[in-house]
Design a protein. Structure first.
Length: 77
């Protein structure tokens, strides 16, 4: 089972995932990445998440794909 990390960053800050997660395939990794983004957005803080990106990498440090938070947030009204 592949092991992946979910690192989040913007141009000024980074949240480094130090605990890897086991996923069955890239589809499961994508679903889990979107879930991580949603949980951060829904957390009770005043952070502006629009400039953040979640990057999924393998245990060798190679980036598999990225999920910009704006894809989950949607367009501002």
């Amino acid at each position: 089972m592949p092991q992946v990390y979910f690192h989040c960053s913007n141009p000024k800050d980074a949240l480094i995932d130090r605990c890897r997660a086991a996923v069955g395939d890239l589809s499961e990794a994508r679903d889990r990445a979107v879930s991580v983004v949603r949980s951060l957005i829904m957390s009770h803080n005043l952070k502006d998440w629009r400039g953040w990106v979640l990057r999924v990498s393998d245990d060798l440090g190679d980036e598999l794909f990225a999920v910009p938070f704006v894809f989950v947030l949607g367009r501002p009204q």
